[in-house]
Every structure is written in C-alpha cells, then in structure tokens.
Design a protein around this ligand. Sequence first.
Ligand code: B16
Ligand code: MG
Length: 237
Amino acid sequence: MGILMKFALKNIKAIIFDLDGVITDTSDLHTKAWKKMADEEKIPFDNETSEKLRGVSRQKSLEIILEDAKNKYGFTKTFTDEQFKELMERKNNYYVENLYFITPKNLLEGAKDVIDFFKSRGYKVAVGSSSKNARLVLKKLEIENYFDVVIDGTEIVYSKPHPEIFQKVADKLGISCEKCAVVEDAASGIESANTAGMVSIGIGQEDRFKKENQITKLRFDNMKDFLIYLYDISLPK
Ligand code: B16
Ligand code: MG
C-alpha cells in the first residue's frame, strides 16, 4: 500500500456515507422504475443513460433521460411542466412499491462492518443521500438510528455534483469540511466531496471516476475491499 493511501484518513473525524450504491444497491430498483415509466411513454432509455443517473436527483434524472432520448434516438416529444411532474411521480410510485421488499439482507457486503469500524473508533458517521426516500430505505434496512446525522434529498436545493449536501452534513455535525471523508459510488458525488474540500472515497470501477474534479483520493471496487483496507491500516481503536 502506498504511503499516501496509508495516511489519507489521518485527520478525519467524520465519515459521510452515500446511500444508494454504497450502503445498499437500490440503483437497480431506480433503473427498473425509470424503465417502466419510459416504456409506457415510448421514451428510449438504455443502460448508458441509466448509469448517468447515479447520485443525481429525480428531476435531473428525468432531464437527462429526455435529453439522451432526443440526442441519441431523435425522440422529439415534449412535455409540459405538469406532465413532467406526473412522469416523475409515476416513476417514484413504481420505485416505492419495490422498496416494500427491502430488508437488512439488502445491505451491501461489508457496508455495515465499515460503518461499525468507524463508530467503534469514535468517528461521527452520517448519511448524505440525494434520495427523497433515503429515510424510508434506512428504516427498511433497520439502520435508521445508526447515524449521527442524515441529510436527504428533501433537505437540499442543489443536486450533486453541487457540494451543498455534504456541506450541510458537516455543518450539522459541527465538523469542518476538511475533517470529513465521503464514501460515494457516483462520480457526481465525488465531485461534490472534492468541491467541498473533503476526502473523497470512491466505490466502483476506476473508469467511473476519470473526469476533472471527479478523481478520488481513495478508491475501492466495493465496500468489502474498503473494509480490508481499513483493517490493513489499523486505525487506533
Ligand atoms: P429519489 P444516492 C440517489 O441516491 C440515486 O443514486 C439516484 O439514482 C436517484 O435518482 C436519487 O437518489 C434520487 O432519488 O427519486 O428517491 O429522490 O446515491 O444519493 O443515495
Ligand atoms: Mg449513490
């Protein structure tokens, strides 16, 4: 392990976790719900577009879907504000229906251990999720009372990659941004963390975090590998 990697968390006092893609994998459910609505409306929607929706708010997601449909497939139908709202609501209803089936078994492998690792060493732990359904998902996972602070999509004005969400978490924790680390699966979320001056930890393949200001300080393929790293650097208990 490189020396920089070993000391990346040296001055950190709080760890902020993204939810979808880090603690649990609800992104499949988001995709299924968008796809169902898009099929009903005959809006072309492919995997490449779906990948762009990671960490992005509901409204921004629909904007991206319609923009891609237009640019890639020549889909020219336009929607009034009312119709746009209805499409978002319909997708959300499909998504929430599927949340019924979420249980603690849907925690990503290693996720709870990583959270426990930091909690047991006196770090503050928090969630910063773009999802307006984040509290419901945390409840279904039975970890709703696990965190010192939770900020979700209902409490922010600007979607990731804006730094607002993580700055709000830091404010509420009373810890300065440079003493916070963010664990994120979305390039947009890594950009939020970098812009906020926090230590960014990417979860996912390297090619996801290539663009300027989306470069991670640390990166692991999955939460299990992050856990192995934590045991390797043996932060004091
Ligand atoms: P909702 P995260 C994000 O969650 C998802 O990654 C993204 O795909 C979704 O569009 C967004 O939440 C909004 O979700 O429609 O439930 O408000 O990764 O920030 O935890
Ligand atoms: Mg995410």
